[in-house]
Design a protein around this ligand. Structure first.
Ligand code: NAD
Length: 422
């Protein structure tokens, strides 16, 4: 597809654009290129659920397995009203590249159900989850495809997925999902893992650019699992978090926020983030991205930095917590501004790395201490960061394309070693 014909806000096209550039740089053979470009399987399920008021609703759900070349599929399940097959496809492909960048032995997959979890009761959500899982039960499994939480799903959802799958195969199978509660085979450190991975990347970039943590103003968009954990960890490590925001709006304070208090306000007191009483200038949910800072962490959702607004980004390091927060059209503007980019498939890979550790622990039936999990995570992310930076230098490309090159190269090598069945 030509660049002009692409829809900038279609995440599948955004993912494909980067894949094409990296594949060309790598000189990928035409056949392998085609093999890796398309998903291996796309499943649509119609999920009938009786709602609390007695009426029968049918929800549409998807599971896309992009690749199982390096191991079982791995990827979250998203519950949101705007889920689409294109989005799930893009997220599945990103999972393949993400797992390959951090060298964990998984392929890529993703799932989603078109629903609004805020409008469903807990028991309705449980029925949606169980029926969706039941419809997919023959495609899931510790050696087939291993889901995890994503937007709109959480530890409880994963417990329901595990239980439903276990009922179908008639044996306890904790390793069929990750991101589970600790009591059901979850891993220490999983909740913080994506935020911790972001911080490890920022630490590496700060060191590379000869900056100091204490001089870094950090703005984080999104205060969910990823954003809030990144904010807590970075605050504790000595970064100055000067901007936070969620779907309700953002707050900016040059002096920095007391993040544990913000966390308490949002999660214990259940109050709207922009009404946090600790001082700060209000902004709308997107404008928080455009205040000056050293480190900008978009950790909310896709398509936040586009060709229309990228000129307004004023940071030294852009560390992507969300999947696809920057469109492919914005990439050249960000590059021209000399911003050091830590692309999503590296920046937020801490989550899948500890998911891999969870899967390993479940299969061993032996669980690690939190310190061991964090040390192994740090090793994995630091090594991957160095590989991406070396690839950028070797191929004379930006960090995003460099990360795709590392990933595509690993998957292509594995594919050629396996050969092509019949
Ligand atoms: P979440 O649902 O826990 O939190 C999302 C946060 O973003 C919330 O604070 C929400 O209010 C905010 N938000 C949503 N839309 C927004 C908008 N338009 N403007 C401003 N804020 C908005 O989700 P999460 O698990 O934190 O995931 C966030 C992103 O990180 C997603 O792109 C997800 O795919 C990606 N991700 C998550 C993980 C993980 O371990 N949870 C791992 C890798 C990538």
């Amino acid at each position: 597809m030509t660049a002009a014909a692409r829809d900038e806000l279609n995440v599948y096209e955004s993912a494909e654009a980067r894949f094409e550039i990296a594949a060309a740089k790598l000189g990928l053979e035409e056949g392998v290129y085609r093999y890796l470009k398309y998903p291996s399987k796309e499943i649509t399920v119609y999920v009938p659920v009786v709602l609390d008021d007695g009426h029968l609703e049918v929800f549409i759900g998807y599971r896309v397995l992009h690749s199982a070349v390096r191991g079982p599929g791995k990827g979250g399940i998203r519950f949101a009203p705007n889920v689409s097959l294109d989005e799930v496809r893009a997220l599945a492909a990103w999972m393949t590249w993400k797992c390959a960048v951090v060298n964990v032995p998984f392929g890529g997959a993703k799932g989603g159900v078109i629903c609004d979890p805020a409008k469903l009761s807990k028991s309705e959500l449980e029925r949606v989850t169980r029926r969706y899982t039941a419809e997919l039960s023959e495609w899931l499994g510790p050696e087939r495809d291993v889901p995890a939480p994503d937007i709109g799903t959480n530890e409880q959802t994963m417990a329901w997925v595990m239980d439903t799958y276990a009922m179908h195969v008639r044996q306890a199978t904790t390793a069929v999902v990750t991101g589970k509660p600790l009591e059901l085979g979850g891993s220490q450190g999983r909740k913080e893992a994506t935020g911790r991975g972001l911080m490890i990347c920022c630490d590496k970039a700060v060191e590379k650019l000869k900056m100091k943590r204490s001089d870094c103003r950090v703005i984080i968009q999104g205060f969910g699992n990823v954003g809030s954990q990144a904010a807590l960890l970075m605050h504790e490590a000595g970064y100055r978090v000067t901007g936070v925001g969620d779907i309700h709006g953002g707050l900016y304070n040059e002096r920095g926020f007391d993040i544990p208090r913000v966390y308490d306000w949002v999660y214990r007191q259940q109050k709207p983030l922009p009404e946090f009483p600790g001082g700060g200038e209000w902004s709308n949910a997107q404008d928080i991205l455009f205040h000056p800072c050293e480190i900008l962490v978009p950790a909310a959702t896709e398509n936040q930095i586009t060709a229309q607004n990228a000129e307004r980004v004023e940071c030294r390091i852009l560390c992507e917590g969300a999947n696809g927060p920057t469109t492919w059209n914005a990439d050249p503007i960000i590059e021209r501004k000399g911003i050091f980019v830590i692309p999503d498939i590296l920046g937020n890979a801490g989550g899948v790395t500890v998911s891999y550790f969870e899967w390993v622990q479940d299969r061993q039936g032996f669980f690690w201490r939190e310190r061991e999990v964090n040390e192994r995570l740090q090793d994995a992310i630091e090594q991957s960061f160095d590989q991406v930076v070396r690839s950028a230098e070797a191929h004379d490309v930006n960090n995003r394309i460099a990360a795709y090159i590392v990933a595509i190269d690993r998957v292509a090598r594995a594919l050629k070693l396996r050969g092509f069945y019949a």
